[in-house]
Design a protein. Structure first.
Length: 696
């Protein structure tokens, strides 16, 4: 009898889900009928949804676009207030993968289920971006109070173009699980919507239906059901439309000091130039390639990842803070994005060495231990993100004698940065016109008539020109023009006149390579304390790293090699396995990471510091000056962008920053909150002071 009851319940749920899927499939063709003619397949179709709802519906949506419009890129933004809804969603998703599920009989839909399961959506606040089908289907899951999430989204990065709303949401779906939705939420939805956006909802008829219909019409969102029945009259009232535009302008005006403008010629014509050859530049190239952009990379070295991205193993885990503020939220989202990006590359058969073996972080003195206690006890962290462990558990997880309490990051581990870098580039070349020029020593950049030119130092011994002319060593070759240029060149970030004042500092780091032997062979997780130590890979471990400000050279340093050994011994005092850490082979690698004072990367428009300082001479230390800096667009170099300052956690923070910048360049809704964009903006160190009336 219990089995029969379970089967009856399952059949009932299946019939309900099939009915919902039929309703959705019926709505999808109608959505296309309300799209403007100019919205061709080259533009991303952005859809919004309130409520996570059933995974069958999402899979049906995904399947529909694969079948009916395979060349169109689709971005679905789902807002869910309840974390319990995610638990239910994941349980239903797992059931769809079972042999008894009807979806397992459809190879394509079964593949979609597996892809969603591997994406492993985690119950943390904010947006998690999931990319499928080489960027043709992007899923943004916004968890947390929906009104707050909606309010914090910058509606579009296209400024001063009222008529251009192509990046905004075309259609909204409201699931029947949404119990409370008020006028404020509808206005925020409308703010993010195109002028002719539609809304549909699967809610039983009655007063609630009438209420939601009235709210939708009051903000100018057209009811899809009315359009299907040819009773649509929402366009007869222009007042809601004007108010929606006013909301967008008001939010834009509120953040004048944090510019998020798009690329020049964002219609996709022309190449985007990137200077750099590490994680930041190649992952930006991949994100742009997924949007069919032409990209040309200029790398100063003979191959990729010769600078900070060249380490053999790099720890990957989130940076958490006791208050779980915007920095902590960003690193959690970045951490999950990097994991998913790696999984995509592995699925595509690219070679990237990695091991998500977990990361164990312990203190090395009273102060550091107290700080870790403050972090782990400061919030109710999701257990997939981090949880406290005692000394006994630490030893069990590590496989060697740790005997020290700490924090464990179960989804963390290590990735080979230089292979991650190469794989991202190789994937980008498969998707779009992406090329690289190595040994490109770019000495300066210059803007002429709104376009950017790069100047490369010419080596007379290797470069041939017409008429057998061999240039002198001091001569330059002009490259360009480019409408848009991104500086993602790591330690060279501040080498150009336009970027020399960016407050990022280079720190030398020597990582020691030690042979895997004796007890060290049993290490089964990444250890982070005074230094870090990875599990063995190719018979070696990585440990370190040193931290030397403004280094004079990048030569091997015996003193730093010994310091790396002492860090391990200091972290785990009197543990016999530390005697197996052998640095006598003098094997190490040195790189420079660019670090910001607040530990956040730099991503966004390049500030025009000369113009800003000129304005500062006239506007400082008064109430009027505060008003000026808040209400005047911050000066920037048009068409010049920054992606750098990744510090020692580049593989955790870099890919998401690259994806966000690609979205900005292409005029899309950026998958980061406005406070996060403020935190990442390259001008933040000056603007934080200026909008408070403080001296620079």
């Amino acid at each position: 009898m219990p089995n029969m009851r379970h089967r009856v319940n399952s059949l009932t749920e299946e019939r309900e889900e099939n009915t919902q899927m039929s309703k959705l499939s019926g709505h999808l063709p109608s959505i296309f009928t309300v799209l403007p003619v100019e919205n061709d397949a080259s533009q991303t179709l952005t859809l919004g949804q309130l409520g996570l709802d059933c995974p069958r519906l999402l899979i049906s949506l995904w399947h529909y676009f694969r079948k009916n419009s395979p060349s169109r890129a689709v971005n679905v933004k789902i807002f869910e207030s309840s974390f319990d809804a995610l638990v239910d969603f994941n349980l239903k998703l797992a059931s769809l993968a079972s042999p008894d599920s009807r979806l397992t009989q459809d190879d394509e839909q079964s593949t979609m289920v597996e892809a969603l399961l591997r994406a492993d959506i985690v119950a943390i606040e904010g947006c998690q971006r999931l990319i499928f089908d080489d960027g043709r289907f992007i899923l943004d899951i916004y968890l947390g109070e929906s009104l707050s999430q909606l309010q914090q989204i910058a509606p579009t990065s296209v400024k001063n173009k009222v008529a251009d709303d192509s990046a905004l949401i075309t259609h909204w779906s409201i699931t029947e699980e949404i119990e409370d939705i008020d006028e404020a939420s509808f206005w925020q939805m409308a703010k993010l919507s195109r002028d002719n956006a539609t809304v549909a909802f699967s809610i039983p008829t009655g007063k609630r239906t009438e209420h939601i219909s009235a709210l939708a019409q009051s903000v100018g969102l057209r009811l899809l059901s009315d359009i299907e029945q040819h009773t649509d009259n929402a366009t007869s009232n222009d007042i809601p439309l004007l108010e929606r535009r006013a909301l967008r302008h008001a939010q834009s005006d509120q953040f004048q000091y944090c510019p998020i403008t798009t690329a020049n010629n964002s219609d996709g014509k022309g190449e985007i130039a990137i200077i750099g050859g590490g994680v930041a530049s190649t992952h930006l190239a991949l994100s742009l390639a997924q949007r069919n952009k032409k990209v040309r990379i200029f790398c100063s070295d003979a191959s990729f990842a010769q600078q900070a991205s060249g380490n053999k193993q790099g720890a990957v885990y989130p940076l958490l803070t006791p208050d779980n503020g915007h920095l902590s939220h960003y690193f959690q989202q970045g951490f999950l994005f990097s994991r998913r990006r790696l999984q995509d590359l592995i699925d595509d058969k690219f070679t990237v060495s990695y091991d998500f073996c977990g990361v164990l972080q312990t203190g090395f003195d009273i102060r550091s231990s107290a700080r870790l206690d403050k972090i782990i006890n400061g919030q109710s962290w999701n257990e997939k993100m981090a949880y406290p462990i005692d000394a006994t558990s630490a030893t069990q997880i590590a496989g060697i004698d740790i005997d020290k309490a700490g924090i464990y990051y179960p989804l963390g581990g290590w990735i080979c940065p230089h292979e991650f870098t190469q794989a991202a580039f190789d994937k980008a070349t498969q998707l779009s016109d992406v090329t690289v020029e190595f040994n490109a020593d770019i000495t300066r950049i210059e803007q002429k008539e709104g376009l950017w030119y790069l100047y490369k130092r010419v080596n007379g011994n290797h470069t041939c020109f017409a008429d057998n002319h061999i240039p002198k060593a001091s001569e330059e070759r002009e490259i360009g023009p480019f409408a848009n240029l991104v500086l993602a060149n790591g330690q060279g970030l501040t080498q150009f006149k336009q970027s020399e004042k960016l407050p990022a500092t280079g720190f030398r780091g020597q990582v020691s390579h030690i042979p895997s032997r004796n007890a060290l062979t049993k290490l089964s997780t990444v250890l982070c304390s005074h230094g870090y130590l990875t599990p063995g890979h190719n018979k070696f471990h990585c440990t370190g790293a040193s931290y030397v400000k403004n280094p004079k050279n990048l030569d091997y340093c015996a003193v730093e090699q010994v310091e790396n050994l002492h860090k391990i011994k200091h972290s785990y005092v009197d543990k016999p396995w530390t005697e197996d850490v052998d640095i006598s082979g003098h094997s190490a690698r040195v790189g420079v990471r660019m670090v910001t004072r607040d530990h956040a990367p730099m991503m966004g428009c390049a500030p025009d510091t000369d113009l800003m300082l000129t304005q500062y001479e006239q506007h400082q230390h008064t109430k009027e000056s505060i008003k000026f800096w808040k209400e005047t667009p911050a000066p920037t170099h048009k068409g010049l962008f920054i992606l750098g300052g990744l510090g020692s956690r580049g593989i955790t923070s870099g890919p998401l920053a690259a994806e966000a910048l690609a979205a900005q360049l292409c005029g899309e809704i950026i998958p980061l909150s406005m406070p996060m964009l403020e935190m990442l903006n390259p001008n933040r160190f000056w603007m934080r002071k200026l909008i408070k009336g403080k001296a620079l």
